[in-house]
Write a protein that binds this ligand. Structure first.
Ligand code: NAP
Length: 512
């Protein structure tokens, strides 16, 4: 197995990993590789190709601040456009020569003697293995990358085609078929209206209804796009307006959940407009406070459920048989295709099983005992020189994750350039700093709608703590991460023991 020394190894080529690569490069930190198991850049926007996949954050905000796109076709961009945008940004930034695509990170462990992460990777397909010895690891593998499959009796016995929403099988023609979709979350509400148009019959299995607000669905006019492209400041002003509008909603989530009553009234009007049957209306009306689970955005979901070929089933699923689904009341509905839209592993991210820190424990082991914890959502005690993008309590329910990613990447780049300037080999947050940060975040959770709203959601971990979302405005997060703060870290000076084994640099190896 070959070994390559690099300064930085970035895991994942989605929005987070790509941002890290671009900003490392700009800062002069050019000796890095980005290892991505998928065959292309784009992360979730390359992988999620289910019909109807679109962003539910307005396009003007769902882009990097340093790479605005005047050509978005619609207020909410479709998946293909976002994926193409990430490819374009990567090409223009000139960083793709250090991307190792189609290669999975098998495991990574901290080698205290060499003061490096040893990261074992294997090429998807050939299995060819390479080890990277990296000073830092920047994990951008995404919070929503590993499908969560439901633990339903008999599901593996189903004889027809079955696939997860995030692994759509385009070879299966759904025309005229009997299709079942399990789950009614953000992915399902986008794919169900499209599948309903072609399926002979569509059974939608709902465990809990969501609050779904209407969306301002329209294409940008040629005039708007021309203004965005040619008149300085116009697109930035529109972006700032969208940002401010979304941030204005934060207090209702974090401090005044009762204000969500206005959202609930709006959703009920949306339901009344979309669904004629009173019984169906009752089934889709949630009983918990809006915002407790992610508020969804769609004009198509309720009309889709109202179609004659669609049935919303709210009886719990008892088991799956080779030919269909049996609900708790004993009814069996036969289906040809089973679509699993049950979300992702969020509070137990699989990457944590593959990272072994200073004390020989995996991050998954550590977090199994404490829940996910990281200083500023980014660095982790016991895991020197590891930077986690989209880490604990950094996710958002109200705005664009790209804002958070850029905030974290600034912090990380400041950290690694500080390390170089100060000739530090390692930085690791103190346990006290991490605990204080986590405790402060959890204190702020107490009044939030995610805690008080009366729902069970994937934001919460096994201890009932919300270790997923940032409980505040995004500009507060950015301010808190404005500069790397070594006073909260244990640092060590570069060892006198040279670890230079004469192995090739990242750029030499990737281009070889
Ligand atoms: P999700 O929001 O977690 O929804 C999963 C659905 O499956 C829920 O309705 C859940 O019901 C149901 N479910 C889970 N386990 C089940 C089981 N064992 N039996 C029956 N039902 C089960 O997942 P998602 O729809 O894939 O979306 C995940 C996240 O991806 C979103 O919140 C969002 O952050 C992101 N996303 C974003 C966009 C976008 O436009 N930007 C689009 C799609 C997804 P319960 O509610 O009862 O748990």
């Amino acid at each position: 197995m070959s070994e390559i020394e690099v300064d930085h190894l970035v895991i994942g080529a989605g929005f987070a990993g790509l941002c890290a690569a671009i900003k490392l490069d700009e800062s002069g930190e050019r000796d890095f590789v980005v290892v991505e198991k998928d065959s292309d850049v784009g992360g979730t926007w390359h992988i999620n190709t289910y019909p109807g996949a679109e962003c539910d954050v307005p396009s003007q905000l769902y882009s990097y601040s340093f790479a605005l796109n005047p050509d978005w076709s619609k207020v909410y961009s479709p998946q293909q456009e976002i994926w193409e945008y990430t490819k374009r940004v990567a090409e223009r930034a000139g960083v793709l020569d250090r991307f190792v695509l189609g290669t999975a990170v098998d495991d990574a462990h901290w080698d205290a003697g060499r003061q490096r992460w040893l990261v074992n990777t294997s090429a998807v397909g050939s299995g060819a293995r390479t080890t990277y010895a990296a000073r830092t690891v920047i994990a951008g593998s995404g919070g929503l990358s590993e499908p969560s499959l439901p633990d339903i009796e008999g599901i593996e016995s189903f004889a027809g085609a079955t696939f997860h929403s995030a692994r759509w099988n385009h070879d299966v023609d759904l025309t005229g078929k009997r299709v079942a979709v399990i789950g009614t979350g953000a992915s399902a509400i986008q794919l169900v209206p499209e599948v309903a148009k072609v399926a002979g019959r569509l059974d939608v299995y709902q465990r809990t209804p969501n609050w779904i607000i209407p969306r301002n669905e329209r294409h940008f006019s040629t005039l708007e796009k021309t203004l965005f492209r040619h008149v300085p400041g116009v697109q930035r002003a529109v972006r700032a307006g969208v940002y401010a509008m979304l941030e204005a909603r934060v207090p209702a989530f974090t401090r005044f959940p009762r204000a969500m009553a206005a959202v609930e009234a709006q959703v009920k009007r949306n339901i009344a407009q979309g669904i004629s049957d009173p019984e169906l209306r009752a089934k889709v009306t949630p009983t918990y406070r809006a915002g407790c689970k992610r508020i969804l955005v769609s004009n198509k979901w309720y009309p889709a459920l109202d179609r004659d070929n669609v049935e919303l089933i709210t009886d719990g699923i008892a088991r799956v048989t080779p030919t269909g689904i049996v609900t708790a009341d004993g009814t069996e509905r036969e289906v040809d295709v089973l679509v699993i839209a049950t979300g992702f592993h969020v509070t137990d991210p699989p990457i944590a099983q593959h990272l072994t820190g200073r004390e020989g424990r995996t991050l998954a082991d550590v977090w199994a005992k404490t829940g996910m914890r990281a200083y500023k959502g980014t660095t982790i005690h016991g895991f020197p020189n590891l930077f986690q993008l989209v880490g604990p309590n950094t996710a958002l329910g109200h705005s664009s994750m790209i804002f958070i990613i850029e905030s974290q990447v600034r912090y990380v780049v400041d950290a690694v350039t500080t390390m170089r300037r100060q000739e530090w080999a390692t930085v690791e947050p103190t346990l006290a700093a991490q605990e204080q940060w986590s405790a402060a975040v959890q204190r702020r959770m107490r009044r939030t709608v995610w805690t008080t709203g009366g729902c069970a959601s994937w934001y919460l971990d096994q201890f009932g703590h919300n270790t997923t979302l940032w409980p505040g405005q995004t500009f507060t997060f950015r301010r808190r991460l404005a500069r790397f703060d070594p006073e909260q870290y244990d640092v060590t000076a570069l060892s006198s023991v040279s670890d230079d084994k004469g192995t090739p640099t990242a750029k030499e190896a990737v281009s070889a």
